[in-house]
Design a binder for this molecule. Structure first.
Ligand SMILES: [Zn+2]
Length: 344
């Protein structure tokens, strides 16, 4: 059986705009479904937890029983994931520092985007959010073997990497998961340029886009799939129809961060492509995902539990069932990295 490397990652977080949505609908319920799916096929998931949210929960939990409840639910779920062999790592959205809590709704308002990127906050704030992100996960997951060795930046904003380098070194993080191969974006909130990235896995030292054989870190780039015009059109109509039913709507409810595109840059490397993602997968795209896996030995999914619908999940299950019958699936990023990067 041919081996295929399948990296399955999740950004475990609330919505990041005017209405955060609830912890149970955006995180707990969809993640429970995903956990069962992964376990069914013996696959390891990587959960990038919005630790900046956890820092605010920690701050308010003694004053608000509902915040304490959210904290407990998240802690139990993360501990169970680690117990079962999945990976749990930090994911930072620093504008949580300015989030406003609404006790009546037990939700948050995150419309102040000034601190959206790590690059936009002060040195003191960086040290606080990064170091405490590691601390808060260790506090929530008291598992003896639990190690924090991977990271994904909020909104893919990992550049310049020099901002993160001291924290990777300090905490022993060596796996980097923020690069969306080929994509460029320059908006009021996010800023990144991965147009030079051609490889899936490579060692690096100072620049996440450049291979350096002597680097201490490994980049595991997120995959993107080409979607032809017909499939795009069919998907649009399918989504419209599905949205009217329960199975087609995302399990989480909330409002995302608002952003405007600044100086649109031509991005030929990424033309007609989209990230490989459970929430973007539907019945019409299934053949394209299938073909992608048959033509590539590496496929890296990025998904958000809050965005996933029952339809997405059903198609993902079908994709995994077929893939596991046809190939030997390797989903452990540490084994994949050790094989691809000899010096680690
Ligand atoms: Zn995120």
């Amino acid at each position: 059986m041919t081996e295929k490397q399948l990296i399955i990652t999740f950004d475990y977080e609330l919505f990041l705009g005017s209405e955060s949505g609830s912890v149970s609908l955006c995180q707990i319920i969809p993640t429970e479904e995903l956990r069962q799916t992964l376990n069914r096929y013996g696959l390891k998931g990587i959960f990038f937890v919005d630790t900046t949210h956890l820092l605010r929960l920690r701050e308010l939990k003694n004053d608000h029983p509902k915040v304490q409840e959210d904290w407990d639910m998240i802690g139990n779920q993360l501990a169970q994931l680690v117990e079962e062999g999945h990976y749990v790592y930090p994911h930072l959205h620093p504008h949580w520092l300015d989030a406003e809590y609404n006790p009546e709704a037990n939700q948050w308002k995150l419309t102040n985007y000034q601190k959206y990127r790590f690059a936009k906050i002060s040195d003191e704030e960086r040290a606080y959010v990064f170091d405490q992100s590691v601390e808060v996960l260790k506090e929530m997951i008291p598992h003896a073997d639990y190690r924090i060795e991977g990271y994904r930046a909020g909104g893919w904003c990992i550049q310049p990497f020099s901002d993160f380098l001291p924290f990777f070194q300090k905490h022993g993080i060596y796996g980097e998961f923020s690069v969306l191969k080929g994509r460029i974006a320059h908006t009021t909130t996010v800023d990144f340029d991965f147009s030079q990235v051609k490889e899936n896995i490579y060692p690096f030292s100072e620049d996440v886009c450049t291979r350096d054989e002597n680097g201490d870190f490994v980049e595991l780039a997120i995959s993107s799939v080409h979607i032809d015009a017909t499939t795009r059109w069919k998907s649009k109509w399918l989504n419209r129809l599905l949205w009217r039913t329960k199975v087609g709507r995302s399990m989480g409810r909330g409002t995302g961060a608002v952003q405007k595109v600044l100086n649109p840059v031509p991005n030929p490397e990424y033309a007609d492509k989209e990230m490989v993602s459970i929430e973007l997968l539907n019945l019409y795209k299934l053949p394209l995902y299938r073909r992608f896996l048959s033509q590539n030995d590496y496929m890296h999914f990025i998904s958000h539990p809050k965005m996933i619908s029952k339809h997405n999940l059903a198609v993902f299950n079908r994709f995994l069932k077929e893939a596991s019958e046809k190939y030997k699936l390797e989903s452990d990023w540490k084994k994949i990295s050790a094989k691809a990067v000899v010096n680690l």
